[in-house]
Ligand binder design. Structure first.
Ligand code: SME
Length: 164
């Protein structure tokens, strides 16, 4: 397992993702622990991009997503399925890109500094949605289809490690 991440300096977003993804693959390879793999993935994304907040919420099977491993300021602990960007991504099983959180009805402001957001469903190896990956930026319109494409590769990588 790699102990240090290599992040190319001054590189564009796509190049950083291209460098990061094989390293995340190595970090999670052969490890079945949901906590270990999501914790390292959150740390790797935070370290590579300096996002304001990167973390996971997991389905508790009782109508709520519960805070999991994350990097960034303290955050809301529980989110109902019918609330927020996280609940929307979870229930629709689809990535949600929010260029301006103030324009998303029902957005949950864990921090007033968050301006834009991307949330991806997290699946297990059987395709069941078990939670979400949520990334927040303190800049407006900070996420695009490049982020979506590469982050979906990362959630797919995680899914392979998560037994159903
Ligand atoms: N903004 C999210 C809540 C989670 S925090 O941003 C960490 C939402 O609307 O679901």
């Amino acid at each position: 397992m790699a102990e240090n991440l290599y992040i190319p300096e001054g590189a564009g977003k796509a190049e950083i993702y291209e460098t990061l993804i094989p390293q995340i693959r190595n970090l999670v390879a052969g490890e079945e622990s949901l906590v270990a793999n999501t914790a390292n993935t959150a740390a790797a994304l935070k370290q590579a991009f300096g996002f304001f907040w990167v973390g996971f919420y997991f389905d508790n099977g009782k109508g709520e997503l519960v805070l999991g491993p994350f990097q960034g300021p303290v955050a809301c602990t529980r989110i109902r399925y019918d609330r927020g960007v996280c609940g929307h991504a979870f229930t629709t099983r689809a990535t949600v890109l929010v260029p301006d959180v103030d324009q998303f009805p029902g957005h949950i402001a864990c921090s007033s500094a968050s301006r834009s957001e991307i949330v991806l469903p997290l699946k297990d190896s059987g395709g069941r949605v078990i939670g979400v990956l949520d990334i927040d930026s303190d800049r407006l319109d900070d996420f695009d289809s490049t982020d979506q494409e590469y982050l979906e590769v990362i959630t797919d990588l995680l899914a392979e490690t998560l037994k159903n």
